[in-house]
Ligand binder design. Structure first.
Ligand SMILES: Cc1cc2nc3c(=O)[nH]c(=O)nc-3n(C[C@H](O)[C@H](O)[C@H](O)COP(=O)(O)O)c2cc1C
Length: 196
């Protein structure tokens, strides 16, 4: 299995793909409102099944203390350790049913993921760092934000300008400094049918 994992970029990719990473360390520097608008503009232009655009976001900057805290308080403890310094939190949600006929939308999470990926790459191109989280308590967060029943909360993103990890607890510093790895393409790309 070892030769199926590597830390290298093994074919040319866009600059933002090459440099993006999910750091846990944030500088004490706010994200301007104009930049926030660009992040959501990138999400806006993501593709979606039937152009349903099932995504919905609630964001809070750390100077919006009350709203920011509502999101922060719904995170799991392991995430709270590092998220406390993030100047911007974004909750990503999806509308579960199509708006035209209320039928379940089987690709809502897929479409939201695409929008989040666009947002993340836009953020990277603007010098920002994004770390996504599934480590939150959905019921708590839904209640705190009064999320309607036809929406599902899928992820929370911590956004800001990256900093050196020296203010993080030692265990997290170690993880920040560890090499990032990925499966090599032969582990997940095929040019033939599955073996019988
Ligand atoms: C849907 C999703 C949920 C994640 N949940 C968490 C989380 O709760 N806590 C955390 O520290 N990182 C979380 N991550 C970050 C991943 O661990 C990280 O993206 C992965 O290790 C790859 O590292 P990279 O983004 O730097 O390439 C999550 C990422 C995604 C996409």
């Amino acid at each position: 299995m070892d030769n199926l994992i590597s830390s290298d970029i093994e074919a040319p990719v866009m600059e933002v793909v090459r440099i993006r990473k999910s750091s846990r360390a944030f500088a004490d520097k706010p994200v301007p409102e104009t930049v926030i608008r660009s992040l959501f503009e990138a999400a806006r232009w993501a593709p979606s099944s039937r152009n349903e655009q099932p995504w919905k976001y609630i964001y809070a900057t750390s100077d919006q203390t009350e709203l920011w805290q509502r999101i922060f308080n719904s995170l799991m403890d392991g995430n709270k350790t590092w998220v406390q310094h993030a100047p911007l939190l974004i909750v990503s949600m999806m509308r579960k049913n199509f708006s035209r006929d209320a039928a379940p939308n089987p690709t809502a999470a897929y479409d939201l993921g695409a929008a989040n990926a666009f947002l993340t790459l836009q953020a990277t191109s603007m010098g920002l760092n994004v770390r996504q989280m599934a480590g939150f308590y959905p019921h708590k967060l839904k209640e705190a934000l009064r999320v309607p029943a036809d929406y599902e909360v899928v992820s929370v993103m911590a956004v800001g300008y990256a900093a050196l990890p020296d203010k993080l607890p030692p265990e997290l510093q170690q993880r920040e400094n560890a090499p990032r790895t990925r499966f090599r393409q032969p582990a997940f790309v095929m040019n033939q049918i599955f073996d019988e």
